[in-house]
Design a protein around this ligand. Structure first.
Ligand SMILES: CCCCCCCC/C=C\CCCCCCCCC/C=C/C(=O)SCCNC(=O)CCNC(=O)[C@H](O)C(C)(C)COP(=O)(O)OP(=O)(O)OC[C@H]1O[C@@H](n2cnc3c(N)ncnc32)[C@H](O)[C@@H]1OP(=O)(O)O
Ligand SMILES: Cc1cc2nc3c(=O)[nH]c(=O)nc-3n(C[C@H](O)[C@H](O)[C@H](O)COP(=O)(O)OP(=O)(O)OC[C@H]3O[C@@H](n4cnc5c(N)ncnc54)[C@H](O)[C@@H]3O)c2cc1C
Length: 645
């Protein structure tokens, strides 16, 4: 099963080898539980481990394999980030996709060798979503052939970029490019921030950390201001866009090619989110098979809480989602790598499809992941609320994905633009022009679903029902938009009056894609034992998801209430059928205890003695009487007692 999850036996067994190798290297382990460290201690500890990784990486992984490096990071550094997180996640991808060969020679090679540390500085205090209104300006000075970076007001301060505050000495900075008074929109520049020897900020640069956040606190998200700060013309990233010495602007082959670092993260983060959801579910499912409370049969001992139907309903649909997301994530990465290669040859035709797909997936997957992690926390009762479970940290890191790389409701609108165009083609009788991701929009619906109307309903009937729902909502929402426009609203106003419905269409389209990705994968499985378990999980998935969106199919009679009852019964049937495999389904992700960092999620199930040991190790328990008691509480009680006398 691990080979299914990790798209092949080769990587699944490499993960095992890497974990086994690290088990023998205590210097790579956390020196104490992360929840007991201050932010400063965590950053120091993470930097220590980062240095070790740099030194010994070649003994443990093949550093050219992204997946191996990712696993090494998960084991050693964990999810709370590290001082070079953005260096790998965005700085290197931005240089790879946007720097010319000559620029790559100069900077990418140094970045890969870790001679310099970089980040991606785009968001500002006043603007994150609306990139066209960023306020940092890069004005071209033809005389000196330099760009002058400037922060004209407080809202133009770069704000949020990861590792900008304290760790990075370079950044890929996004600024509005002005040449001879003309605004050429957001462009990307390579900008030195700190002296390479002293690490002191360079003259003209104001820089620092933005303070503690909900989670992800090992990362020093930062602020940055420029005071007429000059960089050479050749620091504009010029793989696709160019500015000649005389200020002539040479257009890229696609207007949004500069957005590639964002598309890179959106493509990879689907897998990252699936893994974080699987972390939380591994913890909650294992704990639920250790925790005994209450009875189902009063003549029998207390049961494991995993026997309760409510607990199964809380956890198992999310287990199915984690599998669905990792399968969809693998497809997304394949498409991303293909588009990256095609863009190199000047073919930008798939950029719009990739953008639409990743915008939708990023939004639906992060939202459902956060919901699933929060349910996993509640499934652990009181102990879920303790940081010993580590689920609160997993939640905090994962939920950040709803905001970064494009706020979810904004990114759903990006997919909606694509869907509306496609709906326009359908309306114009040009369905043959629809791309493969939206071809279903042009198909004719059956009048009713055949779920429960055939002897053994296959997945095709479910897929058709999801297609019917997504098609109906897309065409309806587009019609709403066109209707407002026909009545005289501008497109923008009409769009704003239709966005809730448009975003619903985007979600339904994306949920259909996720179901289809799951079906595609299960169809490929050859081993009959694996196929059976995955088919059960997929059946749980389609019934749970359909029930969640059934209103759309009930309102036009595509599904009847008796079919809905059938779907419910199927759901309950598969909850019970999956129960014996539940722990194996989470164990199949093969997370080591080191990687999970959870007392509740321990593989050996020895939860209670380890919770007690963990509590005893709390810094508060170093002394029996705290200074706060000596200083305040004792005098308070003493004076209360004295006044009573
Ligand atoms: C199996 C195991 C394998 C393991 C493998 C490894 C797994 C790794 C796992 C995890 C790795 C990931 C770890 C994640 C780490 C996270 C770190 C956090 C870092 C966070 C960073 C950031 O947040 S950076 C800042 C991000 N900011 C944003 O996203 C801003 C959002 N805003 C925008 O993107 C744009 O402003 C917006 C697209 C909303 C609008 O742009 P605008 O220019 O105004 O365009 P618009 O008029 O709306 O549209 C015009 C036209 O352009 C099309 N378009 C827009 N963007 C793109 C694009 N990127 N590509 C292609 N086309 C695009 C748009 O659709 C329009 O088209 P038409 O409709 O006109 O045709
Ligand atoms: C953990 C984390 C890490 C980050 N790392 C980086 C980084 O490394 N580099 C970097 O540059 N940035 C980074 N960011 C910033 C991040 O990319 C932005 O915060 C994000 O893109 C959202 O933009 P915003 O903050 O401007 O939100 P806003 O746009 O202000 O969103 C506020 C509300 O307005 C709504 N809204 C905004 N525009 C529209 C619209 N057109 N239609 C309808 N509703 C709208 C949103 O849906 C939301 O409800 C990070 C953020 C976080 C949380």
């Amino acid at each position: 099963m691990a080979a299914q999850i990790y798209s092949g036996e080769k990587y699944a067994s490499r993960r095992r080898e890497i974990s086994a190798n690290l088990a023998k290297r205590p210097e790579f382990h956390d020196s104490k539980p992360l929840p007991f460290m201050t932010r400063e201690e965590k950053i120091l500890e993470s930097s220590r481990k980062l240095t070790l990784i740099s030194k010994h990486m070649n003994e443990i992984i093949d550093p050219s394999d992204k997946r191996e490096l990712y696993h090494l990071n998960c084991e050693v550094l964990g999810i709370e980030g590290n001082p070079m997180a953005l260096h790998g996640d965005m700085f290197i991808p931005a240089l790879t996709a946007q720097a010319s060969d000559e620029q790559q020679e100069k900077w990418l090679s140094r970045a890969l060798r870790r001679e310099i540390i970089g980040t991606y500085a785009q968001t500002e205090l006043g603007h994150g979503t609306n990139l066209r209104k960023l306020e940092t300006i890069a004005t071209y000075d033809v005389d000196t052939q330099e760009f002058v970076l400037h922060t004209p007001q407080i809202t133009a301060l770069k704000w949020w970029p990861g590792n900008l505050g304290k760790s990075s000495n370079y950044a890929v900075v996004v600024a509005l490019m002005i040449i001879k008074g003309k605004n050429y929109g957001p462009q990307t520049f390579m900008v030195p921030l700190r002296d390479e020897k002293t690490h002191q900020p360079l003259k003209g640069i104001t820089i620092g950390d933005i303070g503690p956040k909900l989670a992800y606190n090992i990362v020093d998200n930062g602020f940055l201001g420029f005071d007429h700060y000059r960089i050479p013309r050749t620091n504009l990233l010029m793989r696709h866009t160019r500015v000649e010495p005389d200020g002539t602007f040479v257009k890229p082959p696609h207007a949004k090619i500069n957005y590639s670092a964002m598309v890179h993260v959106r493509s990879y983060m689907i897998t990252g989110q699936a893994i974080m959801l699987a972390y939380a579910l591994t913890i909650a499912t294992r704990y639920s098979s250790v925790r005994r409370q209450g009875q189902i049969d009063t003549t029998q001992p207390e049961v494991k809480v995993l026997e309760y139907q409510t607990q199964q309903h809380r956890l198992f649909p999310s287990i199915a989602r984690a599998y669905a997301f990792v399968f969809a994530g693998a497809e997304t990465v394949r498409l991303y790598e293909r588009v990256l290669q095609e863009v190199e040859t000047g073919n930008v035709s798939l950029m719009a499809d990739l953008h639409a797909l990743t915008s939708g997936l990023k939004s639906v997957v992060t939202h459902q992941t956060a919901q699933g992690i929060e349910q996993a926390r509640m499934a652990c009762g009181g102990h879920g609320y303790s940081q010993a479970s580590y689920i609160s940290e997993i939640f905090g890191v994962a939920v950040g994905g709803c905001t970064y790389e494009g706020e979810n409701l904004v990114m759903l609108q990006q997919l909606a633009r694509y869907l509306v165009k496609s709906a326009g083609l359908v309306q114009a009788g040009q369905s043959s022009k629809l791309g493969p991701l939206v071809a279903y929009l042009g198909a004719k619906s059956d009048s009713t679903s055949l779920i429960d109307r055939t002897p053994t309903p296959g997945f095709a009937e479910y897929v058709k029902t999801f297609q019917h729902i997504a098609r109906k909502q897309t065409l309806k929402a587009a019609q709403k938009l066109f209707g407002f426009m026909e009545k005289g609203d501008t497109r923008e106003v009409a769009w704003n009056k239709s966005t809730v419905e448009l975003n619903r269409a985007s979600r339904l389209h994306t949920r259909l894609y996720i179901v289809e990705a799951f079906v595609r994968r299960v169809e490929e499985v050859a081993d009959p034992r694996l196929k059976e378990v995955l088919t059960d999980l997929l059946r749980l998935h389609v019934n749970y998801e359909l029930l969640d969106v059934a209103a759309y199919a009930l309102e036009d009679g595509f599904l009847s209430s008796s079919q809905l009852d059938y779907i419910r019964e199927q759901l309950y049937f598969y909850l019970a059928k999956i129960r014996p495999n539940a722990v194996s389904l989470v164990d199949s992700w093969e997370f080591s205890d080191r990687e999970l960092r959870s007392v509740l999620g321990r593989r050996d199930g020895n939860v209670y003695e380890n919770l007690f040991a963990w509590a005893k190790a709390s810094p508060l328990n170093k002394t029996d009487v705290l200074p706060s008691v000596d200083k305040y509480l004792k005098p308070l009680m003493e004076s209360a007692r004295a006044s009573k006398l």
